[in-house]
Design a protein around this ligand. Sequence first.
Ligand code: 3NM
Length: 207
Amino acid sequence: MQLYAILDLGYVTPERAGDVTSALLRGGADILQVRAKGYGKDQIAEVARRVIPLCRAVGVPCILNDHPDLAAALDADGVHIGQDDGTLAEARAIVGPGKLIGRSTHSLAQARAAHEEGFDYIGFGPLFPTPTKAGRPAIGLDDIREMEQDVGSHIPAFCIGGIKPESLDAVLAAGARRVVIVSALLTAPNIESATRAVKSRLLRDTT
Ligand code: 3NM
């Protein structure tokens, strides 16, 4: 589980959700999140109902961003929550056992705390400035190795934020083993081949 893709409706219209999801999956995404900031729950549900079966058909977990209630109602494979979205226990009470619950973390301390709390996986970033989460300060590459040692050796830890195919080498050299890449895949001329290129780079370096 090395490449975490996000179907972000900031980059992809709902009409293209199925096609883009299929391209990400064919390219080798290991886990996929539906992220739809600013969309209503009905719209998110409509997209997720199409995307979840595509993921399930190839055994890839489908995670909803932000909405534990919707994840439970749609029987998604899990939910991803931010630092301000309450505790693991609160999310767990809504989604139930057996679902993945991930946490965004933005420092070594937050990464350790999320692991201690019992999250199933974390995001760690943003490594670089990114328009996908505008305004959040970049944390750079310096803490990746320690984060991998303390957290990533216990639960999957995905480095995120501004990662491009061109910067992947530096991110891996800094100790990362798993990444989330959003805009660089979703805006690629060929999403499937861009995803496949990143995935084979990850496989080459981290196995
Ligand atoms: N979360 P891109 S950075 C959704 O650091 C998200 O928590 C982040 O998109 C975090 O690959 C980020 O386009 C955006 O930079 C990732």
